[in-house]
Design a protein around this ligand. Structure first.
Ligand code: IPM
Ligand code: MN
Length: 360
């Protein structure tokens, strides 16, 4: 298969981890006879520095003319500590999601057998957890009208959803449940928010088309608690933009590190693959950030193009690295000298020599 992949490394640790994912995709291409062409462009704080724009036109154009996008990370402390900054790195990512209509963000959460003791949660609570979060990504409070009064003392963010925005992501969530454990949990705040009541109404209607899928509802505050108390009750979680953002960071605790969580952001036309983690400024250029989230995002890219054996091999290589403690310090306090690039090297080698008995 021939693919052109737009690479947007972004800020902080973005370039380091993305490099490992590219390395892995190149190994897959050579092992399976594919042609993957990579073209890089700026986004985020680095794009503000270089072009005065967190999403330059050239970047958007490259994304639109590519088959898929591999995204790194976004954000820089100099903007976080300056609430009056008008241009912010995050606007680059949000605009990209909106322009490409990437309305569904899929975030798998899994407890790896070899990492059960890395989580602060008890082993018996997390063993066997396998959740897929479907987060709506182009609506809600993230994109509603924002206002600040002239005197700067009153601010508002509008949370708005249309039936159509809910329907399209809901269908994807139900379809996913059908190939998993046939359960969708809608996470909302329907006891308070009108948008949540619309979500409940629309999702309940849609559920009728998926008779084999059980639909469950949880208020987001309770869902946050259930994620820690009994995460095994979840199969597919369907939720709006901001609740999905929050609940997925919380869910990352199950796996032992947010450095393991991958995601796919998909629409009808485009698809982007992005780690769930941020730009981790403290680790920038130290070669210590966990590249697994980026590498598993690349595996999701392969799955998107139905390259299932390829994706499977990447996942197997990742699991092997975890088992052998070829991991960065976030999950590897005992063997704290494994760098970002060493993890990438191991996974690359495994893909190049899948039959090697030393590795298996
Ligand atoms: C994420 C991030 C982004 C979000 C930020 C960087 C805008 O936290 O992808 O989860 O809030 O969606
Ligand atoms: Mn987030």
């Amino acid at each position: 298969m021939k693919l052109q992949i737009a690479v947007l490394p972004g800020d902080g640790i973005g370039p380091e981890v993305t490099n490992q994912a590219i390395k892995v995709l190149k190994a897959i291409a050579s092992e399976f006879d594919h042609t993957f062409k990579f073209k890089t462009a700026d986004v985020g704080a680095v794009a503000i520095d270089n072009h005065n724009n967190p999403l330059p036109d050239a970047t958007l154009k490259l994304c639109k003319s590519s088959d898929a996008i591999l995204f790194g990370a976004i954000g820089h402390p100099k903007y976080d500590n300056d609430p009056s900054a008008k241009v912010r790195p995050e606007q680059g990512l949000l605009k990209l999601r909106k322009e490409l209509e990437l309305f569904a963000n899929i975030r798998p959460v899994k407890a790896y057998e070899s990492l059960l003791d890395k989580s602060p949660l008890k082993r018996h609570i997390i063993k066997g957890v396998d959740i897929s979060i479907y987060r709506e990504l182009t609506g809600g409070i993230y994109f509603g009208k924002k206002e600040l009064s002239e005197d700067g003392n009153v601010a508002s963010d509008l949370c708005e959803y249309s039936r159509e925005e809910i329907e399209r992501v809901a269908h994807l969530a139900f379809e996913a449940a059908q190939s998993r454990n046939n359960k969708v949990t809608l996470v909302d705040k329907a006891n308070v928010l009108e948008t949540s009541r619309l979500w409940r109404r629309v999702v309940t209607e849609i559920a009728k088309q998926y008779g084999d899928v059980e639909l469950d509802f949880l208020f987001v505050d309770n869902a946050a608690m259930q994620m820690i108390l009994n995460p095994k009750q979840f199969d597919v979680i369907l939720t709006e933009n901001m609740f999905g953002d929050i609940i997925s960071d919380e869910a990352s605790v199950i796996g032992g590190s947010i450095g393991l969580l991958a995601s796919a952001s998909v629409g009808k036309k485009y698809a982007m693959f992005e780690p769930v983690h941020g730009s981790f400024p403290q680790a920038t250029n130290k070669n210590i950030a966990n590249p697994v989230a980026s590498i598993l995002s690349a595996a999701m890219l392969l799955e998107h193009f139905e390259l299932f054996s390829e994706a499977q091999l990447v996942k197997l290589a990742v699991e092997k690295s975890l088992k052998l403690h070829i991991s960065t310090p976030d999950i590897n306090s005992k063997y704290d000298n494994v760098s970002t690039s060493k993890v990438g090297d191991f996974i690359e080698d495994f893909i190049n020599n899948p039959g090697d008995t030393n590795m298996n």
